[in-house]
Design a binder for this molecule. Structure first.
Ligand code: SF4
Ligand code: SF4
Ligand code: SF4
Length: 264
Protein backbone atom coordinates (compact mmCIF):
# COMPACT_ATOMS: atom_id res chain seq x y z
CA UNK A 1 0.00 0.00 0.00
CA UNK A 2 1.28 3.49 -0.83
CA UNK A 3 2.17 5.79 2.10
CA UNK A 4 2.00 9.58 1.83
CA UNK A 5 5.11 11.43 3.04
CA UNK A 6 3.44 12.88 6.19
CA UNK A 7 2.17 9.42 7.19
CA UNK A 8 5.65 7.95 6.65
CA UNK A 9 7.21 10.68 8.83
CA UNK A 10 4.69 9.90 11.57
CA UNK A 11 5.45 6.17 11.35
CA UNK A 12 9.16 6.91 11.91
CA UNK A 13 8.33 8.20 15.40
CA UNK A 14 7.31 4.68 16.43
CA UNK A 15 10.15 2.60 17.99
CA UNK A 16 11.92 0.60 15.26
CA UNK A 17 11.33 -2.82 16.87
CA UNK A 18 7.54 -2.56 16.57
CA UNK A 19 7.39 -0.31 13.49
CA UNK A 20 7.03 -3.20 11.01
CA UNK A 21 4.20 -4.77 13.00
CA UNK A 22 2.38 -1.44 13.35
CA UNK A 23 2.75 -0.82 9.60
CA UNK A 24 1.25 -4.22 8.76
CA UNK A 25 -1.64 -3.73 11.19
CA UNK A 26 -2.41 -0.26 9.82
CA UNK A 27 -2.35 -1.47 6.20
CA UNK A 28 -4.58 -4.45 7.07
CA UNK A 29 -7.06 -2.22 8.89
CA UNK A 30 -7.16 0.42 6.12
CA UNK A 31 -7.37 -2.05 3.22
CA UNK A 32 -10.36 -3.72 4.92
CA UNK A 33 -11.95 -0.26 4.96
CA UNK A 34 -11.26 0.14 1.22
CA UNK A 35 -8.34 2.61 1.41
CA UNK A 36 -5.78 2.46 -1.40
CA UNK A 37 -3.12 4.65 0.26
CA UNK A 38 -2.18 5.77 3.77
CA UNK A 39 -2.63 9.48 4.46
CA UNK A 40 -1.81 11.02 7.85
CA UNK A 41 -5.52 11.37 8.56
CA UNK A 42 -6.19 7.70 7.73
CA UNK A 43 -3.19 6.66 9.82
CA UNK A 44 -4.48 8.56 12.87
CA UNK A 45 -7.94 6.99 12.43
CA UNK A 46 -6.36 3.53 12.21
CA UNK A 47 -4.23 4.26 15.30
CA UNK A 48 -7.30 5.22 17.34
CA UNK A 49 -9.25 2.13 16.24
CA UNK A 50 -6.33 -0.26 16.80
CA UNK A 51 -5.56 1.13 20.27
CA UNK A 52 -9.22 0.74 21.19
CA UNK A 53 -9.19 -2.86 19.92
CA UNK A 54 -5.98 -3.64 21.85
CA UNK A 55 -7.45 -2.34 25.11
CA UNK A 56 -10.55 -4.54 24.83
CA UNK A 57 -10.61 -7.97 26.40
CA UNK A 58 -12.74 -11.02 25.67
CA UNK A 59 -11.44 -12.93 28.65
CA UNK A 60 -11.61 -11.67 32.23
CA UNK A 61 -8.35 -13.31 33.24
CA UNK A 62 -4.77 -14.03 32.24
CA UNK A 63 -2.56 -16.86 33.47
CA UNK A 64 1.16 -16.85 32.78
CA UNK A 65 4.17 -18.85 33.85
CA UNK A 66 7.87 -18.24 33.31
CA UNK A 67 10.14 -19.77 30.69
CA UNK A 68 11.58 -22.05 33.37
CA UNK A 69 9.07 -24.78 32.84
CA UNK A 70 11.07 -27.83 31.71
CA UNK A 71 13.94 -25.71 30.40
CA UNK A 72 15.61 -23.49 33.02
CA UNK A 73 18.30 -24.82 35.33
CA UNK A 74 17.15 -22.41 38.07
CA UNK A 75 13.63 -23.87 38.22
CA UNK A 76 12.72 -25.28 41.63
CA UNK A 77 9.16 -26.27 40.82
CA UNK A 78 7.31 -27.61 37.78
CA UNK A 79 3.94 -25.94 37.72
CA UNK A 80 2.39 -26.80 34.36
CA UNK A 81 -0.42 -28.78 35.98
CA UNK A 82 -0.92 -26.18 38.71
CA UNK A 83 -1.34 -23.38 36.16
CA UNK A 84 -3.93 -25.44 34.28
CA UNK A 85 -5.80 -26.12 37.52
CA UNK A 86 -5.80 -22.45 38.50
CA UNK A 87 -7.17 -21.57 35.08
CA UNK A 88 -9.85 -24.23 35.51
CA UNK A 89 -10.87 -22.64 38.82
CA UNK A 90 -11.15 -19.23 37.12
CA UNK A 91 -13.41 -20.82 34.51
CA UNK A 92 -15.53 -22.60 37.12
CA UNK A 93 -15.88 -19.36 39.05
CA UNK A 94 -16.99 -17.65 35.82
CA UNK A 95 -14.64 -14.71 36.33
CA UNK A 96 -15.20 -13.34 32.82
CA UNK A 97 -18.99 -13.20 33.27
CA UNK A 98 -18.52 -11.79 36.78
CA UNK A 99 -16.32 -8.96 35.51
CA UNK A 100 -18.58 -8.22 32.56
CA UNK A 101 -21.41 -7.61 35.00
CA UNK A 102 -19.30 -5.49 37.34
CA UNK A 103 -17.57 -3.32 34.75
CA UNK A 104 -19.61 -0.60 33.15
CA UNK A 105 -19.12 -0.79 29.37
CA UNK A 106 -16.52 -2.83 27.52
CA UNK A 107 -14.25 -5.21 29.46
CA UNK A 108 -10.68 -3.92 29.02
CA UNK A 109 -7.30 -5.59 29.36
CA UNK A 110 -6.57 -3.71 32.58
CA UNK A 111 -9.63 -5.26 34.28
CA UNK A 112 -8.31 -8.80 33.90
CA UNK A 113 -7.58 -10.93 36.96
CA UNK A 114 -3.93 -11.85 36.46
CA UNK A 115 -2.10 -14.90 37.75
CA UNK A 116 1.68 -14.93 37.46
CA UNK A 117 3.98 -17.80 38.36
CA UNK A 118 7.76 -18.14 38.33
CA UNK A 119 9.49 -21.42 39.00
CA UNK A 120 12.16 -19.71 41.15
CA UNK A 121 12.60 -16.45 43.12
CA UNK A 122 14.21 -14.71 40.12
CA UNK A 123 10.61 -13.94 39.13
CA UNK A 124 11.30 -13.38 35.42
CA UNK A 125 7.59 -13.39 34.59
CA UNK A 126 6.80 -10.08 36.33
CA UNK A 127 4.77 -11.79 39.01
CA UNK A 128 4.79 -8.80 41.36
CA UNK A 129 2.32 -6.92 39.17
CA UNK A 130 -0.20 -9.80 39.19
CA UNK A 131 -3.30 -10.18 41.39
CA UNK A 132 -2.29 -13.69 42.46
CA UNK A 133 1.41 -14.40 42.25
CA UNK A 134 3.64 -17.35 43.07
CA UNK A 135 7.22 -18.37 42.86
CA UNK A 136 9.04 -21.59 43.61
CA UNK A 137 11.02 -21.47 46.83
CA UNK A 138 13.31 -23.70 48.85
CA UNK A 139 14.33 -23.32 52.49
CA UNK A 140 17.85 -24.69 53.01
CA UNK A 141 19.00 -26.59 56.07
CA UNK A 142 22.62 -27.40 57.00
CA UNK A 143 23.84 -30.70 58.39
CA UNK A 144 27.04 -29.53 60.00
CA UNK A 145 28.32 -33.09 60.49
CA UNK A 146 28.66 -33.46 56.71
CA UNK A 147 30.21 -30.01 56.09
CA UNK A 148 33.87 -29.89 55.00
CA UNK A 149 34.07 -26.08 55.41
CA UNK A 150 34.95 -25.64 51.71
CA UNK A 151 33.18 -22.27 51.48
CA UNK A 152 31.51 -22.92 48.10
CA UNK A 153 28.05 -22.12 49.44
CA UNK A 154 29.28 -18.76 50.81
CA UNK A 155 30.62 -17.85 47.37
CA UNK A 156 27.55 -18.92 45.41
CA UNK A 157 25.00 -17.09 47.57
CA UNK A 158 24.25 -13.77 45.86
CA UNK A 159 22.33 -12.59 48.91
CA UNK A 160 25.31 -12.93 51.27
CA UNK A 161 23.02 -14.99 53.44
CA UNK A 162 25.63 -17.64 54.33
CA UNK A 163 28.47 -17.22 56.78
CA UNK A 164 31.22 -19.67 57.64
CA UNK A 165 31.79 -19.38 61.39
CA UNK A 166 33.83 -21.34 63.90
CA UNK A 167 30.70 -23.31 64.70
CA UNK A 168 30.04 -24.09 61.05
CA UNK A 169 27.80 -22.74 58.25
CA UNK A 170 25.08 -20.33 59.33
CA UNK A 171 22.23 -19.23 57.04
CA UNK A 172 20.53 -15.91 57.70
CA UNK A 173 16.85 -16.66 57.03
CA UNK A 174 16.03 -12.97 56.64
CA UNK A 175 18.49 -12.59 53.77
CA UNK A 176 17.84 -15.96 52.09
CA UNK A 177 15.47 -15.69 49.11
CA UNK A 178 15.20 -19.46 48.66
CA UNK A 179 16.92 -19.84 45.28
CA UNK A 180 18.46 -23.23 46.12
CA UNK A 181 21.88 -22.48 44.60
CA UNK A 182 23.71 -23.46 47.81
CA UNK A 183 22.07 -26.90 47.75
CA UNK A 184 23.25 -27.48 44.21
CA UNK A 185 26.84 -26.43 44.82
CA UNK A 186 27.54 -28.21 48.11
CA UNK A 187 29.94 -31.09 47.28
CA UNK A 188 29.14 -32.96 50.50
CA UNK A 189 25.35 -32.85 50.31
CA UNK A 190 25.46 -30.98 53.62
CA UNK A 191 22.73 -28.52 52.59
CA UNK A 192 19.29 -30.04 52.11
CA UNK A 193 15.69 -28.88 51.61
CA UNK A 194 13.91 -28.14 54.84
CA UNK A 195 10.91 -27.00 52.85
CA UNK A 196 10.14 -26.73 49.16
CA UNK A 197 7.05 -25.16 47.69
CA UNK A 198 5.72 -21.74 46.77
CA UNK A 199 5.65 -18.24 48.16
CA UNK A 200 2.24 -16.67 47.52
CA UNK A 201 1.72 -12.93 46.94
CA UNK A 202 -1.44 -10.88 46.43
CA UNK A 203 -2.58 -7.64 44.86
CA UNK A 204 0.05 -6.53 42.35
CA UNK A 205 -1.00 -4.16 39.57
CA UNK A 206 0.08 -1.34 37.29
CA UNK A 207 -2.14 1.53 36.12
CA UNK A 208 -2.83 4.85 37.82
CA UNK A 209 -2.15 3.49 41.27
CA UNK A 210 0.56 0.86 40.84
CA UNK A 211 1.21 -1.58 43.64
CA UNK A 212 3.59 -4.49 44.05
CA UNK A 213 2.09 -7.76 45.24
CA UNK A 214 2.35 -8.34 49.02
CA UNK A 215 3.67 -11.60 50.47
CA UNK A 216 0.80 -13.63 51.93
CA UNK A 217 2.08 -17.06 52.92
CA UNK A 218 3.99 -20.21 52.00
CA UNK A 219 2.27 -23.13 50.30
CA UNK A 220 3.81 -26.56 50.47
CA UNK A 221 2.18 -28.06 47.41
CA UNK A 222 -0.24 -27.52 44.53
CA UNK A 223 -3.30 -28.54 46.55
CA UNK A 224 -2.50 -25.94 49.18
CA UNK A 225 -2.07 -23.24 46.49
CA UNK A 226 -5.43 -24.16 44.98
CA UNK A 227 -7.11 -24.01 48.39
CA UNK A 228 -5.68 -20.54 49.05
CA UNK A 229 -6.57 -19.41 45.55
CA UNK A 230 -10.24 -20.39 45.94
CA UNK A 231 -10.43 -18.33 49.14
CA UNK A 232 -8.76 -15.36 47.43
CA UNK A 233 -11.27 -15.54 44.57
CA UNK A 234 -14.20 -15.70 46.99
CA UNK A 235 -12.90 -12.57 48.73
CA UNK A 236 -12.25 -10.83 45.39
CA UNK A 237 -15.83 -11.47 44.32
CA UNK A 238 -17.39 -10.53 47.64
CA UNK A 239 -15.59 -7.21 48.00
CA UNK A 240 -15.51 -6.19 44.35
CA UNK A 241 -17.60 -3.10 43.61
CA UNK A 242 -16.98 -2.18 39.96
CA UNK A 243 -14.48 -4.65 38.56
CA UNK A 244 -11.46 -3.17 40.35
CA UNK A 245 -8.24 -5.16 40.74
CA UNK A 246 -7.50 -7.16 43.87
CA UNK A 247 -4.81 -4.62 44.81
CA UNK A 248 -7.44 -1.87 44.97
CA UNK A 249 -9.62 -4.05 47.22
CA UNK A 250 -6.63 -4.69 49.50
CA UNK A 251 -5.96 -0.95 49.70
CA UNK A 252 -9.62 -0.38 50.61
CA UNK A 253 -10.18 -3.09 53.23
CA UNK A 254 -6.60 -3.54 54.46
CA UNK A 255 -4.15 -6.40 54.04
CA UNK A 256 -4.60 -7.65 57.61
CA UNK A 257 -8.26 -8.32 56.96
CA UNK A 258 -7.47 -10.05 53.67
CA UNK A 259 -4.88 -12.25 55.37
CA UNK A 260 -7.32 -13.15 58.14
CA UNK A 261 -10.02 -14.10 55.65
CA UNK A 262 -7.73 -16.14 53.43
CA UNK A 263 -5.47 -17.85 55.96
CA UNK A 264 -8.04 -19.32 58.31
S1 SF4 B 1 11.93 -17.30 37.02
FE1 SF4 B 1 13.59 -18.71 37.49
S2 SF4 B 1 12.97 -20.65 36.58
FE2 SF4 B 1 11.73 -19.05 35.64
S3 SF4 B 1 12.84 -18.47 33.78
FE3 SF4 B 1 13.46 -17.07 35.43
S4 SF4 B 1 15.31 -17.98 36.25
FE4 SF4 B 1 14.27 -19.60 35.10
S1 SF4 C 1 18.89 -20.65 49.01
FE1 SF4 C 1 19.90 -19.09 47.75
S2 SF4 C 1 19.66 -17.21 48.91
FE2 SF4 C 1 19.25 -18.88 50.31
S3 SF4 C 1 21.17 -19.27 51.30
FE3 SF4 C 1 21.06 -20.66 49.56
S4 SF4 C 1 22.08 -19.57 47.89
FE4 SF4 C 1 21.64 -18.07 49.49
S1 SF4 D 1 29.31 -25.96 50.36
FE1 SF4 D 1 28.65 -27.59 51.74
S2 SF4 D 1 30.57 -28.47 52.49
FE2 SF4 D 1 31.11 -26.49 51.63
S3 SF4 D 1 30.98 -25.05 53.35
FE3 SF4 D 1 28.98 -25.03 52.39
S4 SF4 D 1 27.80 -26.55 53.53
FE4 SF4 D 1 29.95 -26.93 54.00
Amino acid sequence: MEWEREAEEYLKKIPFFIRGKVKREVEKYLSEKGYKKVSLEALLDAKKALLEKMSQAENGYEVSGCFGLNSCSNALTNSEKLLKNLEKILEEEKITEFLKKKVKGQLKAHHKFKIGLSECPNACSQIYICDFALHGFVKPEVNIKKCSFCGSCVEVCEEEAIKLTECGVVIDEKKCVGCGQCLKICPEGAITEKFKGYKVYLGGKLGRHPRLATFLTYAENEKEVEKIFKKVLALYKEYNIKGERLGAIIERIGFDKVKKLVIS
